[in-house]
Design a protein. Sequence first.
Length: 125
Amino acid sequence: MQIVAIGLIATVLIVVVKSQRPELAVLLSVAAGVVLFLLVLGKIGSIIDVIKDLAERAGISMFYLGTILKIIGIAYIAEFGAQICRDAGEGAVATKIEFAAKILIMVLAVPIVVAVFQLLLKLVS
């Protein structure tokens, strides 16, 4: 409820302010996004702890888990940044942020893909 209330209040403020001062509306949007992110940050930490515990029990390397968490982080941060750019009317910049994030995700995913292929080769032979 708290997150929805903050989102709705921010939306109303942004709509009211946008016609008079569009640059202030963008700042309000960024501030609302940061506040909402900070509200869920504790929950994210709890989820990461559970995933780490499960990975340890399953014998999954922390290297791979760390890489997967970095990939998820890049995806969320890039999406957040791209949406802010779109809110400011800069769709081209948003597209470039998304493209750069996809490249970074591919670079981070290479060791995991290599490990999967090596495992498949062991199973086949």
